[in-house]
Design a protein around this ligand. Structure first.
Ligand code: ATP
Length: 323
């Protein structure tokens, strides 16, 4: 599978706060990539940068060969009108205009694109509502008159109506109950399987991702710490932070489970102050950190990447300590 989205050395800075630092990742055509990491790790900022809604200070984002970071003015507007990349917001209530009917919301992108006539747009809206499992009779309702799960699907319908090639979904299921969650996750898998849509799912819930994603990218402190095939990453994580995430997610299957307490530093661990700005961002929380970690680790590997000076050694160290 070829890479359709390539993020290379991305830096995003808000008010001198470096939110993404030298971040590189690849999304392959027709896959679901899960992006995981704790609050503030930069997941939303990454998606916003892809759709041109975050201040990119350095680096490049390429979609199918087009350098999105170089687009400005009319070229950027023309690119957006194609609808090829759609970002589905985290918070449906804030993302939906309370005064607009569901039909108008779902038609928004199609109306802006200005390619189809009214009848064709109406047909597309109905098809999109059905595709996301919504009754087309909801078309005349306002966002305040439907449930949270339905609002989440309206956001998806608005994106799907544009036949996107890449869908970026920000916490698409975090506000949903179990049955709505499963429906939305199945829908994303269907879009991949039947329509060949490439999907990036941002989530802090590993178990939701484990069921549908092909690969996973793990962010910590605005940096990529690990990226690879999801089953292998979850069962044999190479980065201590990924290991901690999997240890804290009981539903995720692991071959050699490591207790979470073994992945947290002992109280006598080197104080955070010993690691300066150029250090591995995880070092202050890492039980395996050594003086080598005062420099940020390079990313190694190809299909399965990790950024840790001790990626090859910490497991053995853990096993030796346990004996
Ligand atoms: N517009 C902004 N102005 C200033 N700081 C921002 C802005 N957007 C994000 N940040 C900061 O960037 C950091 C990363 O935020 P981001 O929303 O990308 O993280 P996240 O991993 O998506 O978190 P969450 O899981 O809570 O959504 C945070 O420290 C946040 O405060």
């Amino acid at each position: 599978m070829s890479d359709v989205l390539v993020v290379d050395g991305l830096d995003v800075t808000f008010d001198r706060h470096r939110v993404l630092a030298d971040l590189s990742l690849r999304v392959r055509a027709g896959e679901i990539l899960g992006v995981i990491g704790e609050t503030g790790s930069g997941k939303t900022t990454l998606a916003r940068a892809v759709v041109g809604a975050a201040p990119v200070r350095a680096g490049r984002i390429t979609f199918d060969g087009t350098d999105l970071t170089a687009l400005r003015g009319p070229a950027l507007r023309a690119w957006r009108r194609t609808g090829q990349v759609q970002y589905v917001f985290q918070d449906p209530l804030r993302a939906l205009d309370p005064q607009h009917t569901v039909a108008r919301i779902v038609a928004e992108g199609l109306t802006v694109a200005g390619v189809l006539d009214r009848t064709a747009i109406d047909a597309k809206v109905t098809a999109a509502l059905v595709q996301v499992g919504l009754d087309p009779a909801l078309a005349d309702r306002l966002p305040g008159q439907i449930s949270g799960g339905q609002r989440q699907r309206v956001l998806l319908a608005r994106a799907v109506a544009l036949d996107p090639r890449l869908l970026l979904c920000d916490e698409p299921v975090s506000a949903l109950d179990a049955s709505n969650r499963n429906h939305v996750l199945r829908l994303l898998a269907d879009l991949r399987d039947r329509a060949g849509v490439t999907v990036v799912v941002i989530s802090h819930d590993l178990s939701s991702l484990a069921g549908i994603a092909d690969r996973v990218a793990v962010l910590y402190g605005g940096r990529l710490v690990e990226q690879g095939p999801i089953e292998r990453v979850l069962s044999e994580p190479r980065h201590p932070y990924t290991a901690l995430l999997t240890a804290s997610a009981p539903s995720v299957r692991r071959e050699h489970p490591i207790p979470a307490r073994a992945l947290r530093p002992a109280p006598e661990h080197t104080p955070a102050a010993a690691f300066g700005a150029g250090a591995c961002p995880y070092a202050p929380r890492c039980p395996f950190a050594t003086p080598a970690c005062v420099t940020a680790p390079p990313t190694t590997g190809d299909a399965w990447q990790v950024a840790c000076h001790h990626a090859g050694a910490w497991r053995a160290q853990l096993a030796a300590g346990a004996r």
